[in-house]
Ligand binder design. Structure first.
Ligand code: ROI
Length: 156
């Protein structure tokens, strides 16, 4: 299965955090196919905190969606992510954006990621690596990008 994962960090050397998480995504059950450039942006909703670094990667995996979520959460834990406050700063955040063309909605998982389509720091890097991708139910990335403000992310 092909899947796309969004990565974000705004603490403790964000570039190193994202690189480390990317390395952890390549294991015996997942293979990293491509990675976008890294993009810098202000925290969403003007929440105070350091700027974020974000990237998107494409993986090929034998893991089910829920096992992929477990892997992402293991990586977050291994990088000492602490969930202090909702929307707070974090060392690393891994979001499954797309899992093949599947639509998944349960207690732990919503795919396509419901916020992805509103976020330039997700759509811009995803477009860079997959300009023709379609979000199930939601449409082409080109159309989705036209609805949002792209000025608020800067490619490093
Ligand atoms: N803001 C930016 N710019 N990038 C993120 O990855 C990010 N992640 C979040 C919240 C706290 C919503 N804000 C963000 O989870």
């Amino acid at each position: 299965m092909l899947a796309y994962i969004g990565l974000g960090s705004n603490l403790k050397d964000p570039k190193a955090q994202i690189k480390r998480a990317l390395a952890s995504l390549s294991n015996n059950k997942a293979e990293l196919i491509s990675v976008s450039s890294f993009y810098e942006s202000k925290p969403l909703l003007e929440i105070p905190g350091p700027n974020y670094l974000n990237a998107v990667c494409k993986i090929e995996t034998k893991l089910s969606a829920i096992d992929l979520l477990d892997l992402c959460q293991e990586i977050e834990e291994s990088q000492q992510r602490v969930r202090e406050v909702k929307w707070g700063s974090r060392t690393i955040d891994l979001d499954i954006l797309l899992y093949g063309e599947q639509v998944i909605s349960n207690k732990r998982l919503s795919i396509p990621h419901p916020e992805a389509i509103n976020r330039a720091f997700v759509l811009v890097p995803l477009f860079e690596i997959e300009p023709n991708i379609k979000f199930p139910l939601l449409g082409s990335i080109k159309d989705l990008l036209e609805r949002i403000n792209k000025l608020d992310v800067n490619k490093l």
